[in-house]
Design a protein around this ligand. Structure first.
Ligand code: BES
Ligand code: MN
Ligand code: ZN
Length: 504
């Protein structure tokens, strides 16, 4: 899809379709009014006759409107003018794109980017129009033998901005929106891939493909032999029941000075989580192919970052592993010595994510990170707490927690801070080892975060539980591409604050 920005008046556009908004009840936006005027009341006449009320997402496609140069005019219901918020704006854009795609307009000029959205500027509106467009056109059909192709798909869309002054920021909004979308797409592709194809080695191949494509990206793969030498016994224990080798992919993006401390992102990459010996119930077990959603989010973010060519150093770790029951599998009752030297009594082999992450988090100490963020589909309890709307953010470092939640707010990829108080640590006590790997039914997402906190004392750290946000089930099931938008926004902000400004 090709995007551009323009500042023009609707009556001068010669396009396959021009898209304008109508508010509820039957109120023309100023752009629609201009078209109405040159068409001598053609549009207001239709509204009066009840063809369109203006409810959010309502569509009315008109052909050959008198005196209008474009072949079609798409009227889009935008709801009540004062109620137009971010969510609704994105939904309206998505619906518009679907309609354009289904009705044969291969190009369009869209004036919805001029709607007033509470508290948001032209940059935001163009960027999110781009992201919403790419998101709604996404399909995962690589593995279908017959692909459902659209006959005359939308190819080109122009978003209009009010004046020429907004053109440069509009262009930046397109570039940044495209970079975020491209990272989200990679995240979705990797996460949607079935677990018989997407195993830890596949994650490694995807990482290597990124290194081939971008000069600033290098990749190192750490297999089981090297993990053994490093003492990553807890990570190894989880993968022991699987025939697929555990592989940790370390992606290094060097956009800044060689000596600048990197930001480190660590993603849980359980390419399938059966629960192991503490096996999960059968219903919905297929969804545990998404248990590598953290790793998918990390590789997607690395892609966005590389496309944006940000002047910072970032290391992305994909902690690839598969949790299976087997004669050789680790068991409840086992006591593991983690890479940090701390011991863990395994009380449930289904609490495996933290066992993989704790060693990966110890491993990244060697990078002397500026900060570390781990991302994981860690607990069902997080889904109970926050549902599908927000990812959980944990950090005892207030500024980092703040930067993450505000990046989430900016990007529309929501996150909510949860507590990490020491009181919760007691739930992890074990009489036989330094800690147990589960903390009981209460506060399950928090005690999982508390477990990780014990391995991240040497640097500034935050944990994100994305169990509820990484994918959706049902008819339109699939990876959501989250949290690529918020992590990319975090890095964009970080780069602005930390890169050296050229002095003059
Ligand atoms: N990957 C799951 C968490 C999960 C479950 C994410 C459902 C999304 C939906 C994780 O490895 C797991 O199984 N966690 C257990 C922990 C429990 C045994 C303490 C859980 O949440 O039930
Ligand atoms: Mn599990
Ligand atoms: Zn898991």
């Amino acid at each position: 899809m090709e995007f551009s920005v323009k500042s023009g008046s609707p009556e001068k556009q010669r396009s396959a379709c021009i898209v304008v908004g109508v508010f509820e009840p039957r109120r023309l936006t100023s752009i629609a009014e201009q078209l109405d005027k040159i068409s001598e009341g053609y549009i207001s006449n239709l509204l009066r006759r009840g063809d369109l009320e203006g409810k959010p997402g309502q569509m009315l496609l008109l052909h050959h409107v008198p005196n209008v140069l474009s072949e079609r005019v798409l009227l889009v219901g935008c709801g009540k003018e004062r109620e137009l918020d971010e969510r609704q704006y994105k939904q309206i854009i998505a619906k518009t794109i679907n309609t354009l795609n289904e009705t044969g307009s291969m190009e369009a000029v869209c004036f919805l980017s001029e709607l007033h959205v509470k508290g948001r500027d032209a940059y935001w509106k163009v960027r999110h129009a781009v992201e919403a467009t790419q998101d709604c056109l996404y399909t995962f059909d690589q593995l279908k033998s017959k692909k459902g192709e659209t006959r005359r798909p939308l190819r080109k869309i122009v978003f209009n901005v009010p004046t020429r002054r907004e053109l440069p920021i509009g262009e930046r909004a397109i570039a940044e929106g495209l970079a975020v979308s491209s990272g989200s797409k990679l995240c979705k592709d990797v996460a949607n891939m079935p677990p018989n194809i997407c195993n830890p080695a596949y994650l490694g191949e995807q990482a290597q493909a990124l290194a081939t494509e971008f000069d600033k990206v290098d990749v190192e793969l750490i297999g089981e032999e090297q993990m053994k030498e490093l003492g990553m016994n807890s990570y190894l224990a989880v993968g022991r029941g699987s025939d697929n080798e555990s592989i940790m992919s370390v992606i290094n993006y060097q956009g800044g000075d060689k000596d600048t401390a990197p930001v480190v992102l660590v993603g849980k990459g359980l390419t399938f989580d059966s629960g192991g010996i503490s096996i999960k119930p059968g219903a919905g077990m297929d969804e545990m192919k998404y248990d590598m959603g953290g790793a998918a989010g990390v590789i997607g973010t690395m892609r966005s970052l590389a496309e944006l060519d940000l002047p910072i150093n970032v290391i992305g770790v994909l902690a690839g592993c598969e949790n299976m029951p087997d004669a050789n599998a680790y068991r409840p009752g086992d006591i593991l010595t983690t890479m940090s030297g701390q011991t863990v009594e395994v009380l449930n082999t289904d609490a495996e994510g933290r066992l993989v992450l704790c060693d990966a988090l110890t491993y990244v100490e060697r990078f002397n990170p500026a900060l570390v963020i781990d991302v994981a589909t860690l607990t069902g309890a997080c889904v109970i707490a926050l549902g599908a709307h927000a990812s959980a953010v944990y950090s005892s470092h207030n500024p980092l927690a703040h930067d993450l939640t505000s990046a989430a707010e900016q990007s529309g990829d929501r996150a909510w801070r949860m507590p990490l108080w020491d009181e919760y640590q007691e739930q992890l006590e074990s009489p036989f080892a330094d800690m147990a790997n589960i903390g009981g039914r209460e506060a399950g997402s928090i005690t999982a975060a508390c477990f990780l906190a014990r391995y991240t004392k040497k640097y500034t750290w935050a944990h994100m539980d994305i169990a509820g946000t990484a994918w959706k089930g049902g008819k339109n099931k699939g990876s959501t591409g989250r949290p690529v938008p918020m992590l990319t926004q975090f890095l964009l902000n970080y780069a602005t604050e930390h890169s050296e400004q050229p002095s003059n």
